[in-house]
Design a binder for this molecule. Sequence first.
Ligand code: DLL
Length: 435
Amino acid sequence: MAQNYYQKDRETMPVEDLKKLQSEKLVKQVKHVYDNVEYYRKLMNEKGVKPEDIHGIEDLHKLPFLTKADLRDAYPYGLLAKPIEDCVRIHSTSGTTGRRVVAFYTQNDVDLWEDCCARAIVAAGGSNKDVCQVAYGYGLFTGGSGLHGGSHKVGCLTLPMSSGNTDRQIQFMTDLNATILCCTPSYAAYIGETLKEKGMGPNDIPLKAGIFGAEPWTEEMRRGIEDTLGIKAYDIYGLTETSGPGVAFECSEQTGMHINEDHFLAEIIDPDTGEVLPEGEKGELVFTALDKEAFPLLRYRTRDICVLSRKKCSCGRTLIKMAKPMGRTDDMLIIRGVNVFPSQIETVLLNEGYQPNYQIVVDRVNNTDTFEVNVEMTPEMFTDKLSDILSMEKNLANSMKIMLGINPKVHLVAPKSIVRSEGKAVRVIDKRKLV
Ligand code: DLL
């Protein structure tokens, strides 16, 4: 397949040149942060490191980490590195768990962020001939604005739908010949379900590609979405703290996401000790933003567990790849002492012929954790015969036990009874946190 790039010189740069570029940018960025962000200057002083000690990326390990707790401490303006007059935008996380993050952007920050998203769209086969339907939420969330800006840069006809109103999404998609869909994977799956209900299939919609991210999703889920929508589904990664989507994106090989390394320097660390791990080892992903002006986080701990690889990619990009995040250091559930990732439950469900419509409920009764998984039956398997339901529940619980090493109580529930999400799906209800 012929490859297209949005910024070929950067995306296919020889690794040695890339590292040189990163080094030059890092030296400048550390000085910018030290001079303008009192909060980080203090952290550097405490660690006994000065901008003059940083000569290139080989010195990165000398810098202190920045964590979500620092962001909370410094809320709202404590990490701002530019005067308000130079800032044009904020975005923020939803803060539903009380951990609101506010990120600031200069016009240049917005520009570079949109370039990153444009790279993702072009890697997914997009060009100015495409109609790009952006069904990520607009507003404080970065998904809508990021892909919207990227779509403009590529020159696509952009449909700024935002999330929700699924019937209207499908109508615009078909009436206006949308060829690229951008939304969360769970919303893509829901659009697929709704299409099916309308008696429509992949041949009734013009889509060819989807750019899905903002939440964990499995390879099995990818295949499900690709089949129901008749598209190629590409992953995209990012977080509010680093601008939003577009920190990393998938190419035609679909074997991990290329990190836009000319803008974001990635490290993997041991989450317990902070030690930097060699390429190929699993650990916490840490980013240093090399160009961000207004909110230039250095060595920011994402809490995403991940692996990096610089294996040669058939797409010709030299940018290092990150695997799909395997969970977060903070959303990994520990149930009766066992580590459980929601993605493992999803894998079991898809392997067993269920849809990934489920909710994990964890509680603590008499000092013992309870672990329940509510799973929707598909319309095909729906039955009200109790003995059949009990046997299906038992089978599913067994498969989960094999995958997780811990026995859940599975409840099968009626199709469509678990509330659908137009943004990120709520997969876990952990009642233990309320104690
Ligand atoms: O979710 C930004 C985004 C928007 C990414 C649209 C992709 C597409 P936050 O709301 O700050 O930002 O959440 C960031 O979401 O640390 C990951 O844990 C998770 N996440 C983001 N993308 C992926 C992905 C946006 N492709 C947090 N796979 C991150 C798995 C993802 N998890």
